[in-house]
Write a protein that binds this ligand. Sequence first.
Ligand code: NAD
Length: 356
Amino acid sequence: MKIAILPGDGIGPEIVTQAVKVLNALGEQFEMETAPVGGAGYEASGHPLPEATLKLAKQADAVLFGAVGDWKYDTLDRPLRPEQAILGLRKNLGLFGNLRPAILYPELANASTLKPEVVSGLDILIVRELTGDIYFGQPRGVRECPDGPFKGQREGFDTMRYAEGEIRRIAHVAFQAAQKRSKRLTSVDKANVLETFQFWKDIVTDVHKEYPDVALDHMYVDNAAMQLVRAPKKFDVIVTGNMFGDILSDQAAMLTGSIGMLPSASLDANNKGLYEPSHGSAPDIAGKGIANPLATILSAAMMLRFSLNKAEQADRIENAVKKVLAQGLRTGDIYEEGTTKVGTEEMGNAVVKALA
Ligand code: NAD
């Protein structure tokens, strides 16, 4: 199995090094090849997504990605900015399913802004569709308002749309993810108001026939937003469209209060995926050896589970992370009094040790 390693910029190389170390400690035979991306890609060959990097990502069975971006590139033309590499990879690899777990380890319950009893032990997965919805629907723009009380004035407009195949494929990803967890799936929509999301609901209900072992329920997005704060542990897997998923996944991530802990995956139709921490390249702490590598290490665990079919090894990594937290080891971002502050490398080493 071949893994493309794309460390990127800022803290990217530091945290990816730790994840690679953990992968190497599993006793598996992975072929790993590293290539520059983002600002590093621009420095190496004048483009944030160099051709050779894209070729490697296409050939590989999975991509482990650090983070890209640095303020020093803010003056470049937009197509040359580091962040364009992510969009290019999503487009070229056909990555349409974004998986964002929000997990709050009991040891970090105080990191959340919500009461510990509401969030402690939280473990939910948001599956967000990435390629459709109002973000990409045509037509869109500003035009003359054709009717109603504001007729003749300028109006801004977008088009919300989902093709049946687009809904089916994300529904399959979500049902299969639910099968690997506690077999409960909530589809979030706004079917009471929007035609697109009545259609979404109908198609998800139809796909459900292929997954009788998964319990499906439907929830309006406004209620879902409320329940995520009121009783987030009621959820297991949530599937929703691009815009609702954008908002709800950030909301769910912040329930945990610890950006350095959250992994993510973006999958194609064959479960090939790009795995990355949910945070950015943190230029403010780059090179200091203090970044939290756990989100990247947990992204590697997701890669094993979703793309490389090695669920047991994924469990091993996740359990090792739980163990180091239980030992009281903390990087600066999750440190609290009474725990032991460690750096990036020490944290990586502790996870390797805990694997045993
Ligand atoms: P950021 O996520 O990089 O940092 C936000 C804050 O969180 C900073 O204070 C940072 O030090 C801290 N932080 C982030 N990850 C951490 C970790 N692992 N351990 C400890 N602390 C951590 O967001 P930003 O500052 O808004 O953006 C910085 C750069 O990252 C920008 O160029 C932005 O475009 C880019 N970015 C890239 C991605 C990506 O590569 N997928 C995502 C978001 C932002």
